[in-house]
Each structure stands twice: as structure tokens, then as C-alpha cells.
Design a protein around this ligand. Structure first.
Ligand code: FMN
Length: 667
């Protein structure tokens, strides 16, 4: 067995888990009315079938004042029958299931609770909602705590194996715990002992309500990452007290929604926050679950083997691949589709109040609707283009029993995913390419590299169906001087095909332009291993190291003619990219149009008039146009054809992979 730690059983109070893999709570938006839906059941039943040990669902609002739209409600007995269908479906597939008890306090939007004012420990404005809550009156507090206990009893009645009290991320319990949001002067405020009281009483009430044998988990921030807030030290103390009050497992994450330290984005290194779980583990004797960016079984195994935690969270990783545990257990971990933390399908969708899906798994959230069925009529299929859309079409069609040939004109599969290989914080996108390639190989798809599709080839092959996924070509804008020797395309820079000078102007401030700027601005800064070496050997001062981390060897300016850069980057990621650009000193000029390129720079027009930007190299990131020159001829040649991804219309990888998948399902 390759992963003995990951697949060893563990007992949480009376709950026996078959392995150490936990899918922690994710608000997915599959329950528009709060009632459990078939969509939710299909989603979780498939994850249970895929071999996960424990699924935690939610957040489940415990009352009517602390939730938001489309959550799985547990605040009334009428939800119990639906919840029972969910727990039955998961348990039938040999996994355990817990409900997360959720009360968001000042993170509740008043619009989500009928215009009423949300409550909190104190009336401290929330940057997350832009609203100021009201402080709970002393005599209201027991009633709020009772709601946790009542919800826990409902969870028991609905067949859940455990409940999880949400004590992290800046929600109600953390609000009481933190000196930033708890300014009370009664027995629930002031000293740490008083601030802990609200949460500890919740635990005691829940324990009393469910009895001694029912597992109670608690989600906790190992560090709030809020200036003036609780840190590793306070969280350890609280965990230790919460264990005494009745907690059977701590699920450790970090940060609040308001923190400026990224928690879930691609630039968070894999297993970055395991140290927080390790910290809590040192303070308690019950099992501890490590969370965030553990997206690979090898990492999970190492975390457990190293004794840093007792269980690991694979949350988005199971959105990306429901069979993650099964593949790892059966020696097929190379076929896992890894979560890249792009957040495009999940977190970004939820922020737009849309149901969650997944860039690498377009079936996520549509399990009942989009079934991959073996074909009764195997066909000979040609896929033109080895980018994400083409690879996904090829994999999907081959899985259904078709014979697939994949043509790629370059010498490597991956398309635009390859461009992210060396971009700081974006490297994980390359994993998507590797995963698709591994699956293509396992399915015996015939891959022809360095082969351009042309009509004689197609006639000779005579396929039953063709998928055109030839991608896009970068646009050369009509600017005088664009054909100069000092002008290069962003794609060529990112691919490492060309080098650039010390002073650089990037024309175009969408995702590709900003990623190119990041890639260049990062050149000449300290690499992680050199930083580690210099820091541990105390070779340089903290100030010098910080400077060496933030200042590279290139001076980079981005010129964007509209008012905003990075408009095509998802809401939950854009702020991290902007932060990195700022840190690396990239000069961003919006409302600025490049009008002419000269040998020594670019003439621009800004809102306040013309300017000249000196530069050795000018990089063009002005978008792309579809490569679909063969489409109409192909349509007349073959019985069935599809054009997908950028070849249809340049967009992001989420659309490309979805379209490739749908074509593969349809053929
Ligand atoms: C769309 C989405 C919704 C989430 N909702 C919740 C939630 O309601 N409660 C919670 O404790 N964590 C929530 N999380 C955090 C996850 O449980 C998990 O900690 C996080 O995704 C990091 O783990 P991962 O890298 O394995 O995905 C959510 C995450 C995502 C992406």
C-alpha cells in the first residue's frame, strides 16, 4: 500500500472512519431553498463512492439570522426529512457524514436576512459586508447558544454521524473570541477567559444536548491573521479549553474573511498552513485535522507520517476529482485530477451567488445531469489541438469507448496551460496539463505531436467526428512600430522562448499582461530555497532579505487603456495578483493608450496628455483571436464536428475544458 497513513482507520469518539481523508464543509449553492436537493445528494453520494472517509456538509445555518442564500438549512425540524435523504445516500456508500453548524454573526449580509441587522459580540463594522452589526444583549446570548444545541439534535435525528461547530474564519464564535470584534465589558468580553466563554458554553450546550458518545468537531483558525487579533498562542489556549468542554476533533484552518493573507488562492503553497494544525496538536490530546491546499495524496501522507496532524482535508480536491481517494488507494494516484486552487469554478461562482462547479471537473454539481455513458457505437475521432479543451474532449470521448487520435502542432501537449509553468503563484495550472496528459496516456489515446492538421490528413484518416480545439493566436495591435526588433509577444516571454531587456513595458493589462509582468518582476528576486538558506544561516538582516525578496532585476510597467487591469481574473484571486504586483514594484498605468513604439520605448497618451516610457523591450499582451481557419472545410468533410475552447472564442480555461468535456460526452 502506497499510502499506509492516509488509509489507516481512526476513531473520533464513537465514529469509526475508514481513512484519514476528510472533505470539509463547502458552501456549494446547490440548495436554493435551504432544502436538500437531488443535486446535492448526487454530488455527495459520488464523493462517498469515491472513497472519502468523512464528508462535512455546510455551513448549515442554525438560525434565521446567521446564514445566507442557498445554504443547507438545519434551523427547523422541517429540514430533517431532506437531510435524512442526504445522510442515507452518503452512508449507503460507506462514508461518514457530519453537519457544520454555522452562525456568521457580523459576516451576515442584512439583505440575506430580510433587511434585519446582523448581530455580533460588539458593534464593529465588517469589511467583508461593509455593514455594522448590533451587539447582542446579555440576555440574548443563551438563546443564540441554544440554537447550536437544537441544530445539533436535529443533525442527530437526520442521521448525521457528527456535528462540527464553526469556530473559525471570523464567524460568530471567533467574533466573541477576538479582541478586535469583542469590545464587551460584561462576562463575555475583556480578558481571554471571558472572550472564550461564549464558544465554550456553545460546546458545553451542544455536548449536553447530543450526549457523551456523539462526536463534536470544531473548526478553528490556528491564527486569525488579523492585526491585533488572536494568534497561534490564543488559538492553542482556546483549543485546550474547548477539548475540556467536549470537542472530539479540531479542524484547523487559518484566517478570517477580512484577512489580507491569502488562504485559498493558487499562490498559497501546497500545505502552507499545516503548521497551524501542528500547533493545535501540541495543545490538545484529541485528533487534529490539517486543512488548506493539501491537494495531493503524497502531501497528505507526508503530513500524517510526520506527525503534524491526524487527518487531512481534501475539500476542493474532491470537487476536482471525486475518485481522489479510490485512485490513491488503488495505485492510480497519477490519474488524479488535482485541484489547482484557481477558484474560478467554486469560490468565484459562490461570490457571484452561482452554484459551484470546477475548472478541472465540469461535471461537478451536475452529476445527475452529465453522465459519462459508454457508447454503443464506437467512433473514430480526431481531435485537433492539444490544449485544455482538446485534451478534455479526447479524454472524455476515449473514456466512453471511442477511438481517439489527438493532433498537436507543437512539441508538447498543454496549450496555454504551459504558459503558467514559470509564473509565480500560477505554476499549479501546469498540473492540469500533466493530469490530462496522464489520463490520455492511460486511455491509449493516439497522440501525434509536431503534427499540423490539414485537409489531406483529415481526408486520409476519414474520422467519424472531428473536434477542433486549435486554440487561438495572439493579436498584434495596429500600433506604429509593432514590427520592431524590440517587440515580443507575451506568450513567447511566458513560454521562455525569448528574453527581454532590463526595462520593460507590457501593453495590455488583462490576465496575460499581468502574469507576464509578475513573471518578469520576479526575476532576480530570492528563490524560496535561497531565502531559507540565508535566513537560517542568519547571513542577512530581515530588512535586507525583505528587500531582496521584493526587488528583482527588471523594471516593469503595464500599460492598460481601460480604467482597470485584471478584469478577467476572478474576484477571489485578483486581489492577490494586485498585491504581488505592488510588492514587486510593478508600475501600472490605466487609462493609458500606447500610440507608437520606438526603438527606445513607447509613446503613450494618458488622461492628462502624452508621455514617453523608456524601455528596452515592449511586450504585447493584447488578447487573442480564434484559430478556426479549417472549421468550415472540416464541417463539409465529416459527419460530425465540434469547435471548442478558444478556437470558438478566446476565453478562460474553465470554458475551454467545459466545452471539450461536453463535446466528448455528445459524440
Ligand atoms: C466554494 C467554497 C465554499 C466554502 N465554504 C465553507 C464553509 O461554508 N465552511 C467552512 O468551514 N469552510 C468553507 N470552505 C473552506 C473549505 O472547507 C476548505 O477549508 C478550503 O477549501 C481549503 O481546503 P482545500 O484546499 O482542500 O480546498 C469553502 C471553500 C470553498 C472553495
Amino acid at each position: 500500500m502506497e499510502f499506509p497513513y492516509l488509509f489507516s482507520p481512526i476513531k473520533i469518539n464513537t465514529m469509526a472512519l475508514k481513512n484519514r481523508i476528510v472533505m470539509t464543509a463547502m458552501h456549494l449553492g446547490y440548495t436554493p431553498e435551504g432544502e436538500v436537493t437531488d443535486r446535492l445528494i448526487d454530488f455527495y453520494a459520488l464523493r462517498a463512492k469515491g472513497g472519502v472517509g468523512l464528508i462535512i456538509v455546510g455551513g448549515c445555518p442554525i438560525d434565521e439570522l446567521g446564514g445566507m442564500a442557498s445554504m443547507i438549512c438545519i434551523n427547523d425540524d422541517r429540514f430533517i426529512p431532506g437531510l435524512k435523504l442526504l445522510t442515507d445516500a452518503v452512508k449507503k456508500n460507506d462514508a461518514k457524514i457530519a453537519a457544520q453548524l454555522y452562525q456568521a454573526g457580523r459576516y451576515t449580509h442584512s439583505a440575506a436576512i430580510g433587511g434585519r441587522k446582523p448581530f455580533s459580540s460588539s458593534a464593529v463594522r465588517s469589511k467583508f459586508t461593509g455593514e455594522t452589526p448590533r451587539a447582542l444583549e446579555l440576555d440574548e446570548i443563551p438563546g443564540v447558544q441554544d440554537k447550536f444545541a437544537e441544530a445539533a439534535v436535529r443533525a442527530q435525528e437526520a442521521g448525521f454521524d457528527a456535528v462540527e461547530i464553526l469556530g473559525s474564519a471570523g464567524y460568530l464564535i471567533s467574533q466573541f473570541l477576538s479582541p478586535i470584534t469583542n469590545l464587551r465589558e460584561d462576562k463575555y468580553g475583556g480578558s481571554m477567559e471571558n472572550r472564550m466563554r461564549f464558544g465554550l458554553e456553545v460546546v458545553e450546550k451542544v455536548r449536553k444536548a447530543v450526549g457523551p458518545n456523539f462526536p463534536i468537531l470544531m473548526r478553528l483558525a490556528g491564527n486569525d491573521f488579523m492585526e491585533g487579533g488572536n494568534t497561534n498562542k490564543e488559538s492553542r489556549r482556546f483549543a485546550s479549553e474547548a477539548e475540556k468542554a467536549g470537542i472530539d476533533l479540531f479542524n484547523v484552518t487559518g484566517g478570517w474573511h477580512e484577512t489580507r493573507i491569502p488562504q485559498l488562492t493558487m499562490n498559497v503553497p501546497r500545505q502552507a498552513y499545516v503548521y497551524l494544525a501542528q500547533g493545535i496538536k501540541s495543545a490538545v490530546s484529541v485528533p487534529v485535522l490539517a486543512s488548506n491546499r493539501i491537494n495531493d495524496p503524497y502531501i497528505g501522507e507526508a503530513v500524517l507520517r510526520n506527525g503534524q496532524a491526524d487527518l487531512v482535508t481534501i475539500a476542493r480536491g474532491l470537487l476536482a476529482d471525486p475518485d481522489f481517494p479510490k485512485k490513491a488507494k488503488n495505485g492510480k494516484s497519477d490519474l488524479i485530477y488535482h485541484c489547482t486552487a484557481c477558484n474560478q469554478g467554486c469560490f468565484d461562482s459562490i461570490f457571484r451567488l452561482q452554484p459551484a462547479t470546477c475548472l478541472v471537473n465540469p461535471r461537478a454539481g451536475k452529476e445527475g445531469e452529465l453522465k459519462s455513458v459508454l457508447t454503443a457505437e464506437p467512433k473514430k475521432i480526431l481531435v485537433i489541438g492539444g490544449g485544455p479543451a482538446g485534451m478534455k474532449a479526447a479524454v472524455t470521448a476515449a473514456e466512453r469507448g471511442h477511438t481517439v487520435t489527438l493532433l498537436e502542432k507543437g512539441d508538447e501537449l498543454g496549450g496555454q496551460l504551459l504558459l503558467n509553468r514559470h509564473t509565480p503563484g500560477k505554476e499549479e495550472m501546469f498540473t492540469t496539463a500533466t493530469d490530462l496528459i496522464n489520463n490520455l496516456k492511460a486511455l491509449d489515446v493516439k497522440i501525434l505531436l509536431n503534427t499540423e492538421a490539414d485537409i489531406p490528413f483529415i481526408k486520409e484518416m476519414s474520422p467519424d467526428a472531428v473536434v477542433v480545439a486549435a486554440g487561438a493566436n495572439p493579436i498584434l495591435p495596429d500600433i506604429p512600430g509593432i514590427d520592431g526588433k524590440n517587440v515580443v509577444q507575451a506568450w513567447d516571454v511566458l513560454a521562455g522562448h525569448v528574453g527581454v531587456g532590463e526595462k520593460v513595458v507590457v501593453i495590455g493589462g488583462n490576465a496575460v499582461g499581468l502574469e507576464t509582468a509578475l513573471y518578469l518582476a520576479n526575476q532576480g528576486t530570492l528563490s524560496p530555497d535561497i531565502l531559507h538558506f540565508l535566513m537560517t544561516s542568519r547571513a542577512e538582516s530581515f530588512e535586507t532579505l525583505t528587500e531582496l525578496l521584493n526587488k528583482g532585476s527588471k523594471e516593469v510597467t503595464v500599460v492598460e487603456m481601460t480604467k482597470k487591469v485584471g478584469k478577467d481574473i476572478g474576484l477571489t484571486t485578483r486581489w492577490t495578483v494586485m498585491g504581488e504586483l505592488r510588492r514587486l514594484g510593478v508600475n501600472i498605468m490605466t487609462d493609458t493608450k500606447a500610440v507608437s513604439i520606438k526603438e527606445d520605448g513607447v509613446e503613450v497618451v494618458k488622461a492628462d496628455g502624452p508621455d514617453f516610457l523608456h524601455a528596452n523591450s515592449i511586450i504585447i499582451a493584447a488578447g487573442s483571436k480564434p484559430e478556426n481557419s479549417l472549421v468550415s472545410e472540416i464541417e463539409s468533410l465529416v459527419p460530425e464536428s465540434y469547435t471548442v475552447g478558444d478556437a470558438k472564442k478566446p476565453r478562460n480555461a474553465l470554458d475551454a475544458i467545459k466545452e471539450g468535456f461536453l463535446a466528448g460526452l455528445k459524440i
